[in-house]
Design a protein around this ligand. Structure first.
Ligand code: PMP
Length: 437
């Protein structure tokens, strides 16, 4: 019966992650399936599980709320769990933002926080448009989709999406200017300036610029620090709020607590979700206090007071800080990139390897194909899918994504041990070798 229901459920929707795994138990990086097989999980709830599955401190924090008799649903009211979460968040926020900001809960999902951020920027500026970037992913509600780079997913809401203008994201490997590096990124920055400053440039003054410091779903593409600083300069000079989506990059994943810290920039608005809920749904926007122009009740939500997620999130934020997991992510990421570069040298089907901290990607290409204007070979999504399957056979769960679905993405927990890291790399190398043959 259950099986029939389950089949109906998956048949009714278009799940991109059709992994033939039924997870029944999980701890840290290890997932055990119903058939008894064990896997190393490099998907981590699409980058949500900073501490891996069922971290004892997270479980204890959830249990403490349950045992305390506190209300599990408290709408927007202040509660001990909310206070503890907010305190934990302020301890780790970039100091320049923490000094003068407001925090707003907008759960349950990351996309809700993106909606809130864009609506706030529109309210505060009285403007409508949004500057977003090619390859961007911000969620699946209409406003967030409007800023997405993916034409196929945006198409059904194109009316709502019309307000967003997408500029080229500095995606080195397939740089639209065929240059890449800091120079390619600088050309992108100048393009943004000319569109904004040319009265016939076709862009109305926007309500916000929205960006990911490292694109996640777009294929693990880190923006150069210099480019992020230029975007900060360009927006500051024109009074455009800079909204940074740290839903996937936040809480240590890129090797700093927040990815904006690599570039030393302070956004006007930061959008947070995924890891901040310690594996339960929680989303928050943090914004410069001066942007707080909401009327009372201007932005509501019944489920933005998830007490269990706040408790799990507070425990996660604290452990990531106390155990210096951002540095650990940086160290592990460097080690993994080193081994991925070996794969790039050995196998012509590996076109590019990249990432920052534990947000890594391998872009597969067709070695027989013809190089495009950027110099890159055509993307090979079927190779990425074959590698994903070969990894699964070897006990490794990873995700595919990127512009053409040709990127294998690695998002292991920040608590991954050295031994697990080596096992991931060995299984991955073996899988690529099997597919490349
Ligand atoms: N922003 C980014 C950068 C994301 O990676 C995601 C989810 N992958 C979202 C927003 C949307 O989050 P959610 O799926 O929780 O709505």
């Amino acid at each position: 019966m259950l099986r029939r229901q389950a089949a109906r459920e998956s048949a009714a929707r278009t799940y991109p992650r059709a992994l033939p795994v039924v997870p029944v138990r999980a701890r840290g990086m290890t997932v055990e399936a119903a058939d008894g097989r064990r896997y190393l999980d490099c998907l981590s709830g699409a980058g949500t599980l900073a501490l891996g599955h069922n971290h004892p401190a997270v479980i204890a924090a959830i249990r403490a709320v349950l045992d305390s008799g506190a209300p599990l649903h408290a709408l927007d009211l202040a509660t001990p769990a909310k206070d503890a979460f907010t305190d934990a968040l302020f301890e780790v926020l970039p100091p320049a933002l923490a000094a003068d900001c407001k925090v707003q809960f907008c759960g349950p999902a990351g996309t809700d926080a993106v909606e809130a951020a864009l609506k706030l920027a529109r309210t505060a500026t009285g403007r409508r448009g949004v500057l977003a970037f090619t390859g961007a992913y911000h969620g699946h509600t209409a406003g967030a989709l409007g800023a997405s780079g993916d034409v196929a997913v945006r198409e059904p809401v194109e009316d709502a999406a019309a307000a967003a203008v997408r500029l080229p994201f500095p995606y080195d490997y397939r740089c639209p200017f065929g240059i890449g590096g800091e120079r390619g990124a600088e050309l992108g920055a100048r393009l943004a300036e000319s569109l904004l400053d040319d009265p016939k440039g076709g862009v109305l003054p926007p309500a916000a610029m929205l960006l990911e410091p490292v694109q996640g779903e777009g294929g693990a593409v880190p923006a150069p620090d210099g480019w992020l600083r230029r975007m900060r300069e360009i927006t500051a000079a024109r009074g455009i709020p800079l909204v940074v989506d740290e839903v996937q990059t936040g809480v240590g994943r890129t090797g700093a607590y927040w990815a904006v810290e690599h570039a030393g920039i302070t956004p006007d608005v930061m959008v947070l979700s995924k890891a901040i809920g310690g594996s339960l749904p929680l989303a928050v926007v943090v914004y410069r206090a001066g942007l707080d122009v909401w009327r009372p009740g201007a932005h509501a939500g019944t489920f933005r007071g998830n007490q269990l997620a706040m408790a799990a999130g507070a425990a996660t934020l604290r452990i990531v800080r106390e155990e210096r997991l951002p540095s650990r992510a940086a160290e592990l990421g460097e080690r993994m990139l080193g081994r991925l570069r070996e794969l790039e040298r050995r196998f012509p089907c590996v076109g590019d390897v990249r990432g920052r901290g534990l947000m890594l990607g391998i872009e597969f290409v067709d070695p027989e194909g013809e190089a495009g204007p950027s110099g890159a070979l055509p993307a090979a999504p079927e190779t990425a899918a074959a590698v994903q399957r070969a990894c699964l056979e070897r006990g490794l769960i990873l995700e595919t994504g990127g512009r053409h679905g040709a990127v294998a993405r690695l998002l292991p927990p920040l608590t991954m041990t050295d031994t697990q890291c080596e096992a991931v790399l060995d299984r991955l190398a073996d899988a690529v070798q099997a597919v490349a043959r």
